[in-house]
Design a protein around this ligand. Structure first.
Ligand SMILES: Cc1ncc(C[n+]2csc(CCOP(=O)(O)OP(=O)(O)O)c2C)c(N)n1
Ligand SMILES: O=c1ccn([C@@H]2O[C@H](COP(=O)(O)O)[C@@H](O)[C@H]2O)c(=O)[nH]1
Length: 345
C-alpha cells in the first residue's frame, strides 16, 4: 500500500507551490513510486490560532456593512450563475477546467448513469476512507451487471487518483482492491475526513484551476455526518470552490451573500419538484427571491423563525438575493428515473 501520511502535528503549512514534499505532488510522485510524502496538519497550528481579536471584529463589522450596501445596491451585489442541469440530466461536466469527484462513506444512491458520466468527465477522483468501500462496490456492481446482461464490455471506470482519511473505515479487502492507488493518511481528529480530503485536494485544484467538486454522499444514516458535510460546504468557501453534494434524490450547495441565478431543469419545474433555502449556522436578514412558488421579499430566514422548505418553482430561472450564506437544496434524480421507467413500460 502506498501510504502518504498527513501528519497531525507540525508547524509548516501546505503549499501550492509544488515544492518537494508539498501536498501538490501526491498524485505525480506516487505514480512514480514515492512511498511517503510529509504533509502537515489541516488548519493552522495551535500557536497560530487566534481568538476573535478587535481587528477581526472590526473586519466582520465592515463586511456586514458591505453586505448591507450590496443589498441596498449602493455597491452592486456579487453575482453567481448556477446550472444544476449539468449535474442532473445534461453535459455532466463542470467548469472550464473540469471538476473533482469525491466519494463519501455512504452507499451511492445517485443513479449509476449520472455517477459514471460525472466520474468519466472528472479531472481528479477521490474516495474518502469508507467511501472507498462503496466505490469498490460500485465498480464491482457495474462489472457484474455488464456480465449478467451480456452487454458488450465498455471502457472500465477511470481509476481513483487518491484515497484519503484516518482509515478507520476502509477494509483490508478494499485496501487490497485499490493497492496501487495513492493513500493520504489524515489522522487529525478535530476535523472530518471529508473536510481533510478537501484540504488535500486544494493544492491540486489550485494548480489545475479547478473550482468545482462533485460529492457522492447520502442524506440517510448519521445526522451528525450530514450536518458536518454541510459544515464542510461553509469551510470550503475560503478556498473559493463550489462543492455540490449529490444524494439519491437531491443536489445541495451553498449560496454565498450576493445575487444568484439558478437555471432549473425544465422537467423539475413542470413536475414541481421541491427546493429549499436553509439559513444553517446564522440568520439571513435580507432575502429576496423570484421564480419560486413561495417567494421572499426582504425576508428574515433563521432557525427558530422562518425557513423555506417544501418550496417549488414558478419559472425556469430562480433568483435569490441574500445577505448571508444559505444552503440551497433541490430535489433531483429519483423523479427522472421514475419517468424513464414509465417511458419504458
Ligand atoms: C468539540 C469536538 N467534538 C467532537 C470531536 C471529535 N471529532 C470531530 S471530527 C472527528 C473525526 C471524524 O472522522 P470521520 O472519519 O469524518 O467520521 P467517523 O466516521 O470516523 O465518525 C472527530 C473524532 C472533536 N475533535 N472536537
Ligand atoms: O453516515 C455517514 C458516514 C460518513 N459520511 C462521510 O464520509 C466521510 C468518511 O467517513 P468514514 O466513516 O470516516 O469512512 C465522513 O467524513 C463523512 O463526510 C457521511 O456522509 N455519512
Amino acid at each position: 500500500m502506498i501510504l502518504v501520511k498527513l501528519y497531525g502535528t507540525g508547524g509548516c503549512t501546505m503549499t501550492a507551490a509544488g515544492a518537494p514534499g508539498s501536498a501538490l505532488n501526491w498524485m505525480r510522485r506516487s505514480r512514480h513510486g514515492f512511498g511517503l510524502i510529509r504533509i502537515t496538519r489541516v488548519g493552522r497550528p495551535a500557536h497560530q490560532r487566534t481568538t476573535h481579536s478587535a481587528t477581526h471584529r472590526f473586519l466582520c463589522t465592515k463586511t456586514t456593512i458591505g453586505f448591507r450596501q450590496q443589498m441596498d445596491h449602493t455597491i452592486p451585489p456579487k453575482e453567481y450563475k448556477w446550472t444544476p442541469g449539468n449535474l442532473i440530466n445534461e453535459n455532466f461536466k463542470l467548469g472550464d477546467h473540469g471538476h473533482v469527484c469525491v466519494v463519501l462513506n455512504r452507499q451511492i444512491q445517485v443513479p449509476a448513469h449520472v455517477v459514471k458520466l460525472l466520474w468519466k468527465n472528472a479531472a481528479v477522483r477521490c474516495a474518502v476512507d469508507g467511501g472507498s468501500n462503496h466505490w469498490r462496490d460500485f465498480v464491482v456492481a457495474q462489472a457484474m451487471s455488464k456480465k449478467a446482461n451480456g452487454s458488450a464490455p465498455t471502457t472500465p471506470l477511470e481509476p481513483l487518483d487518491v484515497i484519503t482519511g484516518d482509515f478507520d473505515s476502509i477494509t483490508e479487502e478494499t485496501v487490497d482492491f485499490f493497492k496501487t492507488t495513492p493513500k493520504v493518511h489524515t489522522p487529525d481528529q478535530d476535523a472530518t475526513d471529508f473536510t481533510k480530503a478537501m484540504a488535500v485536494l486544494q493544492p491540486v485544484m489550485t494548480q489545475r484551476k479547478i473550482q468545482d467538486v462533485v460529492v457522492f454522499h447520502d442524506t440517510s444514516g448519521r445526522l451528525d455526518q450530514v450536518m458536518a458535510n454541510l459544515n464542510t460546504l461553509y469551510k470550503s468557501q475560503k478556498d473559493n470552490c463550489n462543492v455540490f453534494l449529490l444524494s439519491g434524490d437531491s443536489v445541495t450547495w451553498l449560496l454565498r451573500p450576493g445575487k444568484h441565478t439558478i437555471q432549473v431543469p425544465v422537467d423539475l419545474v413542470t413536475s414541481q419538484r421541491w427546493c429549499s433555502l436553509m439559513p444553517v449556522g446564522s440568520s439571513a436578514h435580507n432575502v429576496t427571491t423570484t421564480g419560486l412558488k413561495w417567494n421572499l421579499y426582504h425576508a428574515q430566514l433563521e432557525f427558530g423563525g422562518m425557513v423555506s422548505t417544501s418550496n417549488t418553482y414558478a419559472t425556469e430561472f430562480v433568483q435569490v438575493e441574500t445577505d448571508a450564506n444559505l444552503i440551497w437544496s433541490m430535489g433531483a434524480y429519483e423523479f427522472e428515473d421514475k419517468v424513464r421507467q414509465a417511458a419504458k413500460t
